[in-house]
Structure formats: structure tokens, C-alpha cells
Design a protein around this ligand. Structure first.
Ligand SMILES: Nc1ncnc2c1ncn2[C@@H]1O[C@H](COP(=O)(O)OP(=O)(O)OP(=O)(O)O)[C@@H](O)[C@H]1O
Length: 532
């Protein structure tokens, strides 16, 4: 009887003596690679196991699309990557060969244990070993001391789970799509290997590009990049409005460029920006970038990054199936890294649903919370800029130190709102979804969804502004009658991250989520013409 190779390598309990016969079948190098592949499959999560059991028909369809192209999006396909083995079999003679194989199995076991400990699930062939610690960056990958020093100065003692696995994947030249909870250090997971791969500043043009869905996030990522690159002479540039109006960007001296897709597209199209030397491309918040409206711009940028040895990666806290399927078909031999369960909220956030009855009820509940228990800084999300202005007006009446951010404000005003909140000058920041993704406000104690989010992903990203980097946080979501059909969707996210939900909510039928932005009564208690 053929034994399932997965069975052979079931983690640390493998009994080599008992299965010596099976063992002998795995002699040559080709099989060694198969085994490494299989062992990585072993570590897949329950979610991935579910995928393995999808009906054959579905799987067949996937297989077909994996070899074909996605309509209007075929640009990722040209990439080459050099598969890298974690354990090199150095010995060539028979004894040495055996010794090498033994060491390889031991390493596979160690990798499996480490991944299990940190809840890391991988799939793809020949997955590099996760990092034990940051020191391994030097011993295994010859990381320069400036970077290790900067990591230490930022107070990072241990790599986070996504950093443990995604960094070696990218350093091995493999493409990667990664999904890890909000606030779990994804930025370092892609910036660190990027700095290591680029090695030093060069005059050869743009060599790395990071795409972010919003200007605020692009600015934040630029700052983080610069902090990590301190002591090296990399030119790290943010694609600002001023830069994009420069008539000729063909000679821009820049190693790393961080931009939103729209600005970068303009720069390529109208300002002769040349991305043909880009070796490293990151799509941060990739599911947002793949949303309708942005996908054309992404396609344009990715095509412009025509270097055949480019390494591309996708990072997000939410990775819907359609983005994953797209990524599967367009990336070359990519490794998938998932921390925890896909599309769940960070477990360090205490989540609560509050029935507010009406719009009036929400304002009352908010005022009451401020009076009784709310511990600033607090971030409040509403569904539109009009409502942000209205709520800001109301909180001003209560003398609460609040600021507001929405798309009607100038870039400077938006930056000031974020900076004031960061610096503690304001305690409450009222926002639309413009800052729901990626923004890292370290000490946010509570996120209030004043208006119910319009999707599960929006919920996960919004509440993920608190409970970051292992800190605890709180999230309160107000709902009214209008929101009840969608309650169950949020409740599912809550239970998946360990929060309790009343049983009547779990008994509601799940509604297929359309963008849920009902027309809501005005928040304002002031006459209309007095609202700023
Ligand atoms: N190894 C580490 N140890 C401790 N803190 C870390 C480590 N790596 C990153 N951080 C900190 O964790 C916080 C969150 O990191 P980051 O913004 O990269 O999260 P993220 O996973 O990208 O979140 P989001 O999905 O919301 O964009 C930051 O304040 C960062 O400085």
C-alpha cells in the first residue's frame, strides 16, 4: 500500500525505525525537495486543510486558472525565482548523504515546531526555515550591523510571527503573499529584507517600490523605512504631490520609492519615471489595492516594473479568497504565509456590540461613555465625511479635545490631525475609513465604530488601530435596526478571535454583505447651516 507522504513526516513524532521501509523510498535529491514541500503542507492551518477538501470540480477549476492568465492582469507571470533549500546537503558520499538527510529531517522538525509555536502556516514548495531570532539575520543572511542596531534601537527584541517567516522567504528570493493580524509588524517583515537585498545606496535608479492604498499610510511607511535604514545612505522617497508634478522624473535619484498607485501611475505616464530596474515590489494592504478602481493602476505599475528578476510580495491583514486566487495565478512559485487564521481580528482586542436604537441613541451612548469609562486616546469611525464633520461639531460642544480627518481636508490638515493625535494633543480622532488601514497609532485604547462598518474587512482594519504590537485594546461597535441584517457577519469575526457574542446574534441568518452604508439621520443637533 502506498503511504501518504504527509503521514511520514507528521511533525516530531516520526518513528524512523518503524517506517524504515518507507524512508528508504525517499533517497534521491528530487524526493528530498518533495518532502520539504510536503512538510510545509503539513503545517497548514485548518483553513488550508479545508481548501484541500474543496470539491474536486472546484480544485480542477483552480488548477486550470493557475496555468492560465487572469483577464487584464497577466503581468506577474514573467517573474523568475531561485528555489532555495533551507538545508543544503553538503555531503556527497553515501554516509555523508545519509547524514545530510538526517540533518534535513531534524531541521524540518525544528521548523515545524517553531511554526506551530507561533501559529504560522505556510504553503508552497521548499519553504525556508523561520527565524529563531533577529541574530539569525546576521548568521544566516549576513545582515549588516546598521540594520540590527536599528532594530534593537526600536526596541524590537524578538521577531513577530510574520517577521519570522516572511523575512527568510523574501531573502531567499521567493515571491510571497502574507496575511497576518493588524498590528503584527508586517511593515518590518517587508522593509527588512528589502534593505538587506538592496545592500547599499546606488545611482542606478529606483530599485524598490512599496505601494500603499492611502497617502497617510505611504507617509507612515516612508518614516518607518527611514528609521530602519538609519546609518545607510539609501535614498528613500515618498511620492508627494510636489514630486509628481516634477516635469522629468527619469533621473530621479532614489533607491526606495513609496507611493499610492495613482501618483505612481501619473509619474510613469506623464513624468517619464523608469521602473525597469525595480528588484523588489511590495503591495501593502494588497486586498485594498486589488479592489475595483485601483486594480488598473496596479496593473500599470506592475507592468512598468519589468525587471525579470523582480521579487514581488503582497501583505495584508485580510486576504479574501478572490485576491488569493488572483495572486495564485499571477505570482511565480510564491510562498503563502498565514499567521493565525485568515481574515480574523487581532486577539488582543476586546470587542463589544452595543445596540444604540437610533442616531440620537448613538450620540447619547457616546457621551455617556466619555463621562463614565472611556480611556483616551479614542478613535471614532463614521461612514462619511459629512458625518465626521457633524460628530466633530457635537464633541466640540462638549469641550472634548477632538480632531477630525476626512477627504475634504487639505493634505496638511490631514497630517496635522494625525500628528496631533499621535502626540497626545488631541484625545479623540474622528475619522472616515481613510485611516482605517495600516495607520499605526501606538496607544489607542479604544476604537468606536460609531457607524457600523461596511464590510468584515473594514471592521477588522478599523478595530486593528488598537491592540497593536501585543498591547491590549478595546473596540465598541454601535448598531441600529438598519445594521441588524449584517450583525452576524461581525459576530463571526468576533467569535473567531475569541470574543463572546450573545446567542441570539449567532442565531441570525448570515446576510451576503453588500457595501452597507445606509442613509442615516444626521448626527448633528445644530441647525444645518451651522455645521462647518
Ligand atoms: N518585532 C517587533 N517587536 C515589537 N514591536 C514591533 C516589532 N515589529 C514591529 N513592531 C511594532 O508593532 C507595531 C505594528 O507594526 P506594523 O504597523 O508594521 O503592523 P501591521 O502588521 O502592518 O499592521 P496593519 O495590518 O494594521 O497595517 C508598530 O508600532 C511597530 O513599531
Amino acid at each position: 500500500m502506498e503511504r501518504d507522504p504527509l503521514f511520514l513526516f507528521a511533525g516530531i513524532h516520526f518513528n524512523r525505525k518503524k517506517f524504515a521501509g518507507d524512508f528508504a523510498r525517499f533517497r534521491d535529491n528530487k524526493e528530498r525537495i518533495d518532502l520539504v514541500e510536503n512538510s510545509s503542507l503539513l503545517e497548514t492551518s485548518a483553513v488550508e486543510r479545508e481548501e484541500a477538501t474543496v470539491p474536486a470540480k472546484k480544485r480542477k477549476r483552480k488548477a486550470v486558472s493557475a496555468s492560465g492568465t487572469v483577464e487584464g492582469f497577466s503581468v506577474f507571470k514573467s517573474s523568475k525565482s531561485a528555489p532555495t533549500s533551507v538545508v543544503e546537503l553538503k555531503e556527497t558520499d553515501e554516509d555523508g548523504h545519509l547524514k545530510g538527510r538526517k540533518e534535513m529531517y531534524r531541521q524540518m522538525e525544528r521548523d515545524a515546531i517553531l511554526r506551530k509555536k507561533h501559529n504560522v502556516h505556510v504553503s508552497g514548495s521548499n519553504v525556508p526555515s523561520p527565524l529563531q531570532d533577529f541574530a539569525e539575520l546576521r548568521t544566516r543572511f549576513k545582515c549588516k550591523s546598521y540594520l540590527l542596531r536599528n532594530i534593537a534601537e526600536l526596541g524590537f527584541k524578538e521577531p513577530t510571527p510574520i517577521q519570522r517567516q516572511a523575512i527568510p522567504v523574501l531573502l531567499s528570493g521567493r515571491e510571497c503573499f502574507a496575511c497576518a493580524p493588524t498590528g503584527s509588524g508586517k511593515t518590518l517583515a517587508f522593509v527588512c529584507p528589502m534593505l538587506m537585498k538592496l545592500k547599499h545606496a546606488s545611482k542606478e535608479g529606483i530599485r524598490a517600490v512599496i505601494l500603499c492604498p492611502t497617502k497617510e499610510l505611504a507617509a507612515q511607511t516612508t518614516r518607518e523605512c527611514r528609521k530602519l535604514a538609519r546609518g545607510n545612505k539609501f535614498r528613500i522617497k515618498l511620492m508627494t504631490k510636489a514630486l509628481v508634478t516634477n516635469p522629468d522624473l527619469s533621473k530621479l535619484r532614489c533607491d526606495i520609492l513609496i507611493s499610492t498607485p495613482l501618483r505612481l501611475r501619473l509619474a510613469i505616464k506623464n513624468r517619464k519615471m523608469n521602473l525597469s530596474r525595480v528588484e523588489y515590489l511590495v503591495l501593502d494592504e494588497s486586498d485594498k489595492l486589488f479592489e475595483l478602481g485601483l486594480v488598473k493602476q496596479i496593473d500599470f505599475v506592475v507592468k512598468a516594473c519589468s525587471n525579470p528578476s523582480i521579487v514581488r510580495s503582497l501583505f495584508s491583514a485580510t486576504l479574501p479568497d478572490y485576491v488569493e486566487e488572483l495572486a495564485r495565478t499571477i505570482m511565480h512559485d510564491a510562498i503563502r504565509v498565514i499567521v493565525g487564521r485568515k481574515n480574523t481580528a487581532s486577539e488582543s482586542i476586546k470587542q463589544k456590540l452595543v445596540f444604540a436604537g437610533s442616531e440620537e441613541g448613538k450620540l447619547l451612548a457616546l457621551r455617556q461613555s466619555f463621562a463614565e469609562s472611556l480611556n483616551p486616546p479614542v478613535l471614532i469611525f463614521v461612514q462619511s465625511k459629512e458625518r465626521a464633520k457633524e460628530l466633530y461639531g457635537e464633541l466640540a460642544l462638549d469641550n472634548i479635545r477632538a480632531s477630525v480627518i476626512h477627504s475634504d481636508l487639505s493634505q496638511v490638515q490631514r497630517e496635522n490631525a494625525v500628528d496631533d493625535f499621535r502626540a497626545g494633543k488631541t484625545w479623540v480622532l474622528i475619522a472616515t475609513d481613510v485611516i482605517a488601514r495600516g495607520m499605526d497609532f501606538k496607544g489607542v485604547n479604544c476604537v468606536i465604530n460609531y457607524d457600523f462598518p461596511d464590510s468584515a474587512a473594514a471592521y477588522i482594519h478599523r478595530i486593528g488601530r488598537s491592540g497593536r504590537a501585543g498591547r491590549s485594546g478595546e473596540a465598541i461597535t454601535f448598531y441600529t435596526e438598519d445594521d441588524i441584517p449584517y450583525l452576524r457577519n461581525i459576530a463571526n469575526v468576533m467569535t473567531a478571535s475569541g470574543c463572546e457574542v450573545p446567542s441570539w446574534i449567532m442565531a441570525l441568518t448570515k446576510t451576503k454583505w453588500k457595501k452597507h452604508r445606509p442613509k442615516r439621520e444626521s448626527i448633528s443637533t445644530k441647525p444645518k447651516d451651522e455645521i462647518a
